[in-house]
Design a binder for this molecule. Sequence first.
Ligand code: SF4
Length: 262
Amino acid sequence: MNLVPNEVKDAQVIFVSHSGGKDSQAMLAQLIRLGLKEKIVLVHADLGEMEWEEMKPWIESISFGLPVNVVEADLDFFSLARKYGRLPSGMQQFCTDFLKIKPIGKFIHDYMDKHGITKAINATGMRAEESKRRAGKAPLILSKGKGTTGLYMPKKHPTHLIHDWLPILGYTEKEVYQEIELAGQKVHEVYSKGFSRLSCVFCVNGRISEHKEASKLRPELARKVADLEKELGRAYRLKQSKGVKYPKYMDEYLPIFEKKVA
Ligand code: SF4
């Protein structure tokens, strides 16, 4: 059952963050099915070199005719890691904050100012199945304080009332694919290559098998990430020896770095 909450009915605009991935795609398809198209403003955070490709054309092909707004952070993944002197991780995912949440947040406030909007929804395609942290999220909440995107900032933007909404929080992966199929769409081809998500090519949350495959498809980028690891003395992964943890550098396990035996 998909009911449209009152806050969503009252909102003048529903900002929908779209990565190009299957969850964003299912979320948008669901909102269209619920008759909310007129209120939707689509926004994509461009991840620069870490994108599989320029995502705008792909998202436009599955956007039900809606225009796609693209935003970009001041720093890319590499300059961000250098600025902090470390790499993001599943526990410290500052990359998401800088590369996605902040530029999208700025877009939302600018758009509201420009169009005199006072009530808006910030919709994202998170699902409870993905992690414990996500499972603990509220499906709809005033965007302020812990666990929200903090977009409701009464001091800075006194007229902007913004709620975070997670329309597909309860969806299983199967339901995601069903929603996409119902819309007559297909997912991005990256999923057929063994990737579980479409986001940064070398996501800090990616599986080893995904990074191995990504290094074959994007060897230059793999080298760049591996060089970054060495430069910072930090790695995506850790290894343990005699109870002590060490960085497990990509050039130790990615196939493109395999030493050739003469
Ligand atoms: S996709 Fe992964 S690496 Fe990229 S911003 Fe999100 S968590 Fe960070």
